[in-house]
Design a protein around this ligand. Structure first.
Ligand code: ASP
Length: 336
C-alpha cells in the first residue's frame, strides 16, 4: 500500500504491542461496494514498515467483525496484555470493530491493573475506501500508547484525533468518523501532530481480577407502555443478572413491576441505569415504578454508565464471584 508513516526521531524506542482483532479497520470494499473481511489484514501488513520511534510487535489474534466478539475474546485479549506486560512491553494498541469497541475497551479497563497505556482503536471506513481512517487512527493510537503522559489513564479509545476514557466513551453515529463521544465530560485529551495532549485526569477506578467469564447476563431497554413480558422470559435458573435501561432519571412503567419482583425473589441481581444519553440514574421519584421504589425493591443503581457498559461491569463482578453488598458497591462506585 505504501503509505508513509512519519515518526520524529526520539531517544527512547518504546516497545508497543499491536493486537489486531478485526473490524472495518481490517476490511476492504469489494467491486460491488460491500465491505468484507480480508484474509490478510492490511493494517497488520502496513505495521511492518513502522520504524524509528517504536518497536512494534504484532499479534493478529482474531479477524472478527466486532458483533462476533464476546466476553470470551475480551478475556483472551486481557490475558494477552497481561503476558505482554510481564514480558516488558511499554504499551498496547488494540484494533477492533467499532460496533462493540466500547464494550471490549471497558472490559479491559475493569480487569487490567492500569500499569501501561492500553489504547483501543478502529475505523469507520475500510482500508481501500476514499477517506479511510484506519491507518491514521492506528498511527494515532500508537502515538498515544508510546507517550509517557498516557501512563495511569486507564484504557483509552483513540479515534479521529481524540482520546477518550474507555469508561464513558460511546459510539454515537452509524457511519460518521467522529462517532465516538463521551457524554457529559468530553474527551480526556487530543492527539497532536506526534504526541498526546491531556486536559482531564481520571479518578481512580476499582479493577477486578477474573480468570473466566460467565454467560447469561442480559440488557433490557425500557419503553413507554412496557409490561413484564420480557422480564418473564428471563425468570429462570440460567439468568445470572440483568441490566435495565430505565426511563429518565431511572424509572420504569408500573406494569413491569410484578415480573421484576419475581426476578428479585429468585435472587437475580438487577442493575438500573438510564436510557438517556447523558446523566446518571438516581432514586429521585417516589411513585409507582419510580427510582425510589425500585431502589427499595432491591435494584442496584449504577451511576454514569450506559447500559452496555453496566452489563460488562455486572458480568465482570459476577465472574469475580461478587455477591450481595460487595457486588452492589462494585456497581455503584466509580472509584476504589
Ligand atoms: N461492523 C463493523 C464492526 O464492528 C464496524 C466497524 O468496525 O467500524 O466490525
Amino acid at each position: 500500500m505504501g503509505t508513509n508513516i512519519f515518526w520524529k526521531e526520539v531517544d527512547v524506542v518504546k516497545k508497543i504491542l499491536a493486537i489486531h482483532t478485526g473490524g472495518t479497520i481490517s476490511m476492504s470494499q469489494n467491486a460491488q461496494g460491500d465491505v468484507v473481511p480480508n484474509a490478510k489484514n492490511p493494517i497488520a501488513q502496513e505495521a511492518t514498515i513502522l520504524a524509528g520511534r517504536v518497536h512494534l510487535v504484532t499479534d493478529e489474534m482474531f479477524n472478527l467483525p466486532s458483533p462476533h466478539v464476546t466476553p470470551v475474546e475480551m478475556l483472551k485479549i486481557q490475558q494477552r496484555i497481561l503476558r505482554a506486560e510481564a514480558d516488558g512491553i511499554d504499551g498496547v494498541v488494540i484494533t477492533h470493530g467499532t460496533d462493540t469497541l466500547e464494550e471490549t475497551a471497558y472490559f479491559l479497563d475493569l480487569t487490567l491493573p492500569n500499569t501501561i497505556p492500553v489504547v483501543v482503536t478502529g475505523a469507520m471506513r475500510s482500508s481501500n475506501e476514499i477517506g479511510s481512517d484506519g491507518m491514521y487512527n492506528f498511527q494515532s493510537a500508537i502515538e498515544v500508547a508510546a507517550d509517557d503522559a498516557s501512563q495511569g489513564n486507564g484504557v483509552m479509545v483513540v479515534m479521529n484525533d481524540e482520546i477518550h476514557s474507555a469508561r464513558y466513551v460511546t459510539k454515537t453515529h452509524t457511519t460518521n468518523v467522529a462517532t465516538f463521544r463521551t457524554p457529559t465530560f468530553g474527551p480526556i485529551g487530543i492527539v497532536a501532530k506526534d504526541h498526546a495532549v491531556y486536559f482531564q485526569k481520571l479518578i481512580r477506578q476499582a479493577t477486578c481480577q477474573i480468570d473466566h467469564v460467565i454467560d447469561h447476563v442480559y440488557l433490557i431497554k425500557a419503553y413507554a407502555g412496557m409490561d413484564g413480558s420480557l422480564f418473564e422470559f428471563l425468570d429462570n435458573d440460567a439468568t445470572a443478572g440483568v441490566v435495565i435501561e430505565g426511563l429518565g432519571a431511572g424509572n420504569l412503567p408500573p406494569r413491569t413491576l410484578p415480573a421484576i419482583q419475581q426476578l428479585l425473589d429468585r435472587q437475580i441481581p438487577l442493575v438500573l441505569v438510564s436510557r438517556c444519553y447523558n446523566g446518571v440514574a438516581e432514586d429521585i421519584y417516589d411513585y409507582d415504578g419510580g427510582g425510589i421504589q425500585l431502589r427499595k425493591m432491591g435494584l442496584m443503581l449504577c451511576q454514569g454508565l450506559n447500559g452496555q457498559k453496566a452489563r460488562i461491569k455486572l458480568l465482570v463482578g459476577l465472574s469475580a464471584g461478587l455477591t450481595g453488598d460487595e457486588l452492589k458497591d462494585f456497581l455503584r462506585t466509580a472509584v476504589s
